[in-house]
Write a protein that binds this ligand. Structure first.
Ligand code: GCU
Length: 680
């Protein structure tokens, strides 16, 4: 059957296994809601009806009160029918959590989906449907879930002309021209997809913001989107340009300490909340890559963030202030600048400010060590920012499953409080009563399949699941996604899960092995360009990052180099300071290593580098074979789409390998290892 991928992981195709489908129909024969009937509950009910219709070709009986024969009951805030213990459990699920539990009601098994709030019922509904979609047994369920972070948010880098910065899946899905009058059904499907994975926020415009988004005309349009999102538990946020008071307010300055500026923002906040009563707040990119900010007026990031935080506070809004800052002030090492600027401000931010920090200190590379600001700001809330769109990872052409990249950051030990101070733990522990959060730069556009590559959908999916709970495994999430998106057949799920799990390492191997970084084509960030050395600023040139010369390759960030290692806590700082104790995957990130230096396996650095490049390219050929082995197990449309994209990826992996090996060889002047044929 043809499938264009539009339905994402919410396909709800009929379950072929007749025995299983029959069992589900019996187990869900009658449904009761003791939840009230809010718009969120209505959305959850609608999803359940549609899904059961699709999956089971079945309309259960909806009965008013739970009692004899009820097989599925949704309960908000407890019920007379349930035991005090279960009611207590339900009432303790918090704002978004839920319980799914099999109990005995009138001597018959009954499934309870309980929550303290509407959003929990919505999320519990999607979890229940996931169980069906992945063919799990409903017989003895006992699930208690609540999210580990509070703000789980997509950042759309969407411009008002509908282009998308670093977007590789068509244009922006927000149709500004037809809003607010026309509600594209796509907005509803977008909200459903997000709710199904627990995403509860969306910043709808680019961090390189256009101030017009804050004018009444756009706020009216934005309010219409917020109305759609609200029914799915999603709050709308906006990127605010710091100079908006000048651009749309007619002021002469945007100095955050100027009373007129503050008053302007105050009135703007009040206006926004008139349009969008549950507006989430602002995301701000300030004094970064040419964007205006408080430093233009001799003020600090804290001055700027706090001024905005104060005007949002009475309305319950927050400020997500980005720490992605660099300029040529730190000419020796761009990786150090965010820490240098933000660490001294620790403790100076309001409690409704969260500092948004990219997972690594450079910029969404195929592999980066975790950002040293994680764990460094003990009195300031930090939220990580991941990039779901594959700016440096082959756009939506290369199949790269990013859950393993996200996990590497979450699981990294910062040692800020000794062992066990992982990034996941730090970012899910509220500081100063602040909200906790995780952001992901969206990979969504107007392409029929939303993300440009059928497998790029998995990165949106995995982002949501990991934002809910960073402790989940990349493998379990991949399996769920594959089953929901393609097929439950074991001989499909097993090989393709392992293909997904190794895909990111494969990409690292053919692009930036052993800690290399930022050697992509400049501007577009596509394809290899390690030789580029003619851009106006040193820190834009790839040669700045790999520093290859006749002696060796790599960026010395140790005490004898830029000393960026000092931004990490001991003992990590000390182990990264030495070649022998630096994990080889980060070797050239932290060290300039001689071409003939021996690595742990006894190989020279040069040979090992070449072998990584060759392995990366060979492994893409392996992915093609794996995909060919599942032909016929998935619909032909998506099969052929992935097949063709993998062929492009294979060609481009060879391009990366050849370009990098030949270029670096001009420095090493060494032959390829025995048995390796030189590329043409
Ligand atoms: C990268 C990206 C830019 C983006 C910036 C940011 O540098 O290339 O397009 O604006 O990150 O995160 O602000």
């Amino acid at each position: 059957k043809a499938d264009n991928g539009y339905r994402l992981w919410l396909r709800y195709d009929h379950i072929d296994n007749a025995t299983l489908a029959r069992q589900y129909r019996q187990q869900l024969a009658s449904v009761t809601y003791e939840t009230g009937n809010s718009p969120i509950i209505q959305a959850a009910q609608k999803e359940l009806r549609n899904a059961l219709q699709g999956l089971l070709n079945y309309n259960p009986a909806f009965v008013n009160a739970p009692g004899k024969g009820s097989t599925l009951i949704f309960v908000k805030n407890g019920s007379k029918q349930l035991s005090p213990a279960l009611n207590k459990l339900i009432n303790n699920t918090g704002n978004e959590g839920y319980v799914i539990k099999t109990i005995s009601l009138n001597n018959a098994p009954c499934l309870v989906v309980g929550a303290a709030n509407d959003k929990g019922i919505l999320y519990g509904t999607f979890h229940l449907l996931r169980l069906l979609q992945t063919h799990q047994s409903l017989t003895n369920i006992n699930i208690v879930e609540s999210p580990k972070t509070q703000v789980r948010i997509l950042n759309h880098w969407d411009n008002l002309d509908r282009t998308v910065e670093r977007g590789y899946a068509g244009f922006s899905i927000w149709n500004w021209h037809k809003l607010p009058g026309y509600i594209d059904p796509r907005y509803i499907d977008y909200a459903r997809a997000n709710a199904s994975i627990g995403v509860n926020g969306a910043v709808i415009n680019n961090v390189n913001a256009n101030s017009l988004i804050l004018t009444a005309d756009y706020l009216r349009k934005t309010a219409a989107l917020a109305g759609v999102f609200r029914r799915y538990g999603i709050k709308l946020y906006l990127s605010a340009k710091f100079s908006a008071p000048i651009e749309i307010g007619g002021l002469k300055t945007a100095d955050p300490l100027d009373p007129a500026v503050k008053q302007w923002w105050q009135q703007k906040a009040d206006e926004i909340y008139r349009y969008i009563p549950d507006f989430g707040g602002f995301l701000v990119k300030a004094n970064s890559e040419g964007q205006p900010g408080p430093q233009n007026y001799g003020r600090t990031h804290a001055d700027g963030a706090n001024m905005l935080a104060d005007v949002l506070k009475p309305h319950g809004g927050i400020v997500m202030w980005r720490a992605f800052v660099y300029d040529d002030k730190t000419p020796d090492d761009r990786a150090k600048q965010a820490y240098n600027e933000f660490k001294p401000l620790d403790g100076k931010f309001r409690s409704n400010v969260i500092i948004q920090v990219k997972n690594g200190a450079i910029d969404f590379q195929p592999r980066e060590p975790f950002h040293p600001l994680f764990g460094a700001m003990k009195k300031t809330q930090i939220m990580p920012e991941f990039q779901i769109t594959q700016e440096y990872l082959g756009f939506s052409t290369h199949l790269v499953y990013l859950a393993t990249l996200f996990k590497e950051c979450f699981d990294a030990n910062t040692y800020s409080e000794g062992r066990g101070s992982t990034v996941a733990k730090i970012i899910s522990s509220p500081v100063n009563n602040s909200l906790t959060g995780i952001a992901g730069v969206a990979n969504i556009g107007t392409d029929i399949n939303w993300c440009g590559h059928p497998f790029a959908q998995a990165n949106w999916y995995a982002f949501g699941r990991l934002a809910w709970n960073p402790d989940q495994s990349a493998a379990a999430i991949a399996q769920d996604w594959l089953k929901m998106t393609f097929s439950n057949q074991a001989d499909f799920v097993k090989p393709i899960t392992s293909m997904m799990l190794s895909s990111r390492e494969t990409t690292v191997n053919y692009m930036t092995p052993l800690g290399l970084h930022h050697i992509m084509g400049t501007h577009a960030h596509y394809g290899p360009a390690p030789w580029v050395n003619n851009l106006s600023r040193a820190d834009w040139n790839p040669v700045y990052y790999h520093k290859a010369d006749s002696a060796g390759i790599g960026f010395d960030r140790t005490a004898t180099g830029s000393n960026a290692v000092a931004q990490y806590y001991p003992p990590l700082r000390d182990s990264l300071n030495k070649v022998e104790t630096t994990p080889e995957k980060y070797l050239l990130w932290f060290h300039h290593v001689g071409w003939n230096s021996r690595l742990k396996n006894g190989e020279t650095l040069w040979n090992e580098l070449v072998k990584h490049y060759y392995k990366g390219a060979a492994d893409v050929a392996g992915m093609q074979k794996t995909w060919a082995s599942v032909k016929g197990k998935v619909d032909s449309t998506r099969y052929h789409e992935v097949e063709q994209l993998l062929a492009i990826q294979a060609g481009e992996a060879a391009w990366w390998r050849n370009a990098c090996v030949l270029y670096f060889q001009t420095f090493s002047k060494l032959p390829l290892p025995a048995g390796y044929t030189k590329p043409d």
